[in-house]
Design a protein around this ligand. Sequence first.
Ligand code: AMP
Length: 632
Amino acid sequence: MPALRVRPNVTDYGQACRDFSWQRARSLLSGLPHGRGLNIAHEAVDRHVLAGHGDRTALRCVAADGSAEPVSYAELAARTGRFANVLRGLGVGRGDRVASLLGRCPELYAAVLGTLKNTSVFCPLFPAFGPAPVAERLRLGGARVLVTTEELYRRKVAGVREGLPELEHVLVVGPYRDPVPGGRSLEELLAAAEERFTVPPTDPGETALLHFTSGTTGTPKGALHVHEAVVAHHATAATALDLHPHDVFWCTADPGWVTGISYGVVAPLTHGVTVVVDAGEYDARRWYGILAGERVTVWYTAPTAVRMLMRASPRGGPAELPRSFDLSALRLVASVGEPLGPEAVRWGQEVLGLPVRDNWWQTETGCIMIANLASDEVRPGSMGRPLPGVEAGLLARGPDGRALVEDGRVRPVAGPDEVGELALRPGWPSMFRGYLHDEERYRACFADGWYLTGDLARRDRDGWYWFVGRADDVIKSAGHLVGPFEVEGVLMEHPAVAEAGVVGRPDPVAGEVVKAFVSLRPGHQPDEATARSITAFARRRLGPAIAPREVAFAADLPHTRSGKVMRRLLRARELGLPEGDVSALETPAAPEARGAEDGTGAGSAGSAGAAGGAVPAGDAGSAHPPSGEAAP
Ligand code: AMP
């Protein structure tokens, strides 16, 4: 049966941009009853129940064995109410931080939305992180509550718990056998809790979400988002993802990152659609099976995932695998998080019957900013055009590769196709409102009325944007930002390591993988055994998602005059680029999948994440990073 085609929400881009206002977008939501404010969870769940749609299916939870359990909006309202009451019963209230370390499971939805109902702040963590990054984020975030499984707690938190005095409660999802300090069985607490919960008055400007992201230096950055962000989640799910009320939507992003929450939980539910929640791991056959079996209409995934599927079912090959599934319900495939090469777009067209539509955003923007719309022609390789309500610009760069700010003023690039730093005019509702405990770093993101994204791009004559690279040293591996500083810090705790410099090495599937250059302390040999010991140490501490895949030795690492390791020079050497031209170095757009000849293995790629939301997990090498930690 051919897919039921619907009229796209945006049919005339120019008109939609002219007609759009955030105020009008806000008016499409209901707000809390009796004018008590705006709360994300109310918009995502309760308002559908109040409108008489409680029996609609909110979630289809697909278990590892492929069986699917439906959860209605009414049931989700009850579960989130229970979770909010559990928090209240524990004395956890407004502004308190509730962290999660969970895979995709129904409890995640109760935790995110129940926390928001309670006006506490939800902070998701990536289960493929090792103990060091988990502890760092729990500590920085000052989490009072952690929702996790017993196994994840034992592997990631138990050993670092002493350094987390603020963590009072551990709500254990699933079996709870060995007592942990402050631990309670979530199932038991929920069963004993009342399902009715009146959401307290919520100011739209109140903090709702805390998402950690990585920079080049310093600690991870905690981007703060407010309840009003839901206006942008709702609006962009309509414009960029073209959601309609009867859609079946599947977002493959890991819930530990911003995409997994913004578009895996919030945005689709605000539209009252059915959300597919897959607890299983990446497997091409399984994924095609879900697309077909659940009659998915709109699919949001990531380039690494697409490249993994391309390997499993190459274009021009027999493509037997997807052909043996009925994908006729699918009407939109979108991807985010890393460059999507033109080849991937064309592969989608030939093998899935639809082009893969790239879009762009980042943790700080909180929602999709630039996209190839459903009604647009696709320009393979382009990120698309700014969404209605979004003003984007490209700023001329200075010698450091970032936007040049002189006397507080910036300058746009001279003309089409000139590379500049991508900038956005603040004012959209999901714009981050600060970095936790780091006002200075936040302020440094703005100049002359623009938010500076740190990405380099060009715009063609017709207004389509093309990603060029990062303007900094941050690594994008399998869709997830990796802060080189965080990795270097852990490497230097290894007894053999004197100094470390960490860079991204291009990889045909993951986009980039983490590579470390280290110099050794006296008495240590630059041999295989040392490299193995350093790699194993890093994996234990950092987790497979961000630990270096490779370690190389250097007698001396190159330094800037101020003594910092010159990652760009290391990268230039790695890529065989001229060293003298280091200032011109940019991250090349992701290489297109080249088939199976590289030895890295898609599965060992990294992790799943953020705006990069969707993919392959470091852990078991799956596009759904579960909690296991198989070595690559
Ligand atoms: P995160 O904050 O972890 O979501 O990562 C955001 C970063 O991912 C952006 O600043 C870009 O560097 C990269 N990114 C996101 N979407 C795209 C895209 N469509 N093409 C290329 N890079 C992207």
